[in-house]
Every structure is written in C-alpha cells, then in structure tokens.
Design a protein around this ligand. Structure first.
Ligand code: ADP
Ligand code: AMP
Length: 212
C-alpha cells in the first residue's frame, strides 16, 4: 500500500507539477487546497466570497475553513492522496493528523529550494484551468503562446502570482513552515528533497520515496 504523501514547500517549489506526475504514475488522488479554494471563488459560493480578498493578498485562510473543504474532498478508505498546500502551519498539521490521517502511513516531503528562484518561477507560471496543465514561460513554455498544448484552452496568469503578492506569500511561508517541519520530524515522517533540479530529477527522487 502506497503511503499518503504530504508535499511541503514554498509557493513555486514545484509541488503541483510533481503531484500531477505522481497521480499519473501511481494513481494517487490529488488534493490541492489552493485549487479547492479557487474553485469556490469561481463558483461564487459563500465560502468563495469569504476567502477571495484573503487569497488575493496572499494571506492564509482560516484553518477550520480549509480543513472542512479538504475533508469533504477526500476519502482515505478508497484511495491514497497527495496533500498539496496543506498543512501550512503547526495547527493544520495536528488537524490533518487528528481528523483525516488518523495514524495512516504517511510521508511528508519537504521541497527545499533557494527562495530567490521562486519569484522567477511563479511570475512566469501560466495555468490551464480545465486540463490542469502547469506551464512556465522560461522552463516549460506552451507550443503555441497563451494556449494549452493538451486542451487548446487559453492559459491564465493567477492574480496572486504577481510579484508583490508572491513576495508576501513567500514571507507567510517563511513565518509558518518551521512548526510543520518540526511536527513531521517528531513523527519520523519527514524527508527532504532538493527541489532546484529539473522536474525529471525531482520526480526521480519522489519515485524512490514512494517505493521505499
Ligand atoms: P507549486 O505548486 O509548489 O506552487 P508549481 O508546480 O506550480 O509550484 O511550479 C511553479 C512554476 O515553476 C511553474 O511555472 C512550473 O512550470 C515551474 N517549475 C516546476 N518545477 C520546476 C523545476 N523543477 N524546474 C523549473 N521550473 C519548474
Ligand atoms: P496555493 O495554490 O497553494 O499557492 O495557495 C493559494 C492561496 O490559497 C494561499 O495563498 C492561501 O491564501 C490559500 N490557501 C491554500 N491552502 C491553504 C491552507 N492550507 N491554509 C490556508 N490558506 C490556504
């Protein structure tokens, strides 16, 4: 049985890119709390309206709101999951363990990377909302500018991927991640990988971790 995987890392460290590949390779379910929250905003739901301005500023949404959304979108009895973007602070780590994982075999992988690299990665990120493909104008450009290679849809530039918001998101990450890493270290579940290599190299590391 493959372990539940928790991908920890700063915005732009490559979690979404690798999650997509892991889903294809191993059949994981993929839970990105950022994607779930953006879907609520797109639906114009009450929850979406509540979190919109918080996300636009690059701050964290409250823990219980995100936990409830996550819990409603995964069922550990039927699948193993990749948790991408949750937990973001010490409290969320405990909530995830107590309310969702409940002792299930888990590996937390920290995507270690120099923060300077992230601004360039994120400001050049372009996304295909329907197909879920992730592009980068420098390292993974689409074949036709502005269009998804897979679906042909228009690519979007996330509002919170603008440089000033990205800087705040990275600051928030720096202020909140230590207790998360300490939590998984204390459980003996933490593995660190070098996230600065090519997407193929990073994927190779992750495959080894899943198969170990
Ligand atoms: P996260 O989900 O951690 O925020 P993404 O997977 O969306 O990060 O990656 C951020 C940006 O960096 C995207 O434009 C993606 O194409 C690019 N990227 C991801 N992994 C790498 C890598 N190993 N090398 C260079 N660019 C990468
Ligand atoms: P992401 O897609 O992971 O880059 O997240 C985008 C934004 O969604 C973040 O800047 C937060 O505003 C919000 N968000 C995503 N996941 C969480 C979480 N676990 N806790 C609080 N806010 C979150």
């Amino acid at each position: 049985m493959k372990p539940q995987l928790i991908l920890l890392g700063a915005p732009g460290s490559g979690k979404g890119t690798q999650a997509k590949r892991l889903v294809k390779e191993f059949g994981y379910g993929h839970i990105s709390t950022g994607d779930l929250l953006r879907a609520e905003i797109a639906k114009n739901s009450e929850l979406g309206n509540k979190v919109k301005s918080i996300m636009e500023a690059g701050n964290l949404v409250d823990d219980m709101t995100v936990l409830e959304l996550l819990n409603a979108n995964c069922d550990l009895a039927t699948n193993a999951y990749i948790f991408d973007g949750f937990p973001r602070n010490g409290e969320q780590s405990k909530l995830l363990e107590e309310h969702v994982l409940k002792g299930t075999a888990t590996k937390a992988v920290y995507f270690k990377i120099d923060f300077e690299v992230l601004i360039e990665r994120i400001t050049n990120r372009r996304l295909a909302p329907k197909s879920g493909e992730i592009y980068n104008l420098i390292s993974k450009a689409p074949k036709v500018a502005g269009k998804c290679d897979v679906s042909g849809e228009d690519l979007i530039h996330r509002d919170d991927d603008k440089e000033e918001v990205v800087r705040n998101r990275i600051d928030v990450f720096k202020k909140t991640i230590e207790p998360v890493l300490d939590y998984y270290k204390s459980l003996g579940n933490l593995v660190e990988i070098d996230a600065s290599g090519s997407a193929d190299t990073v994927f190779g590391e992750l495959v080894k971790i899943v198969n170990k």
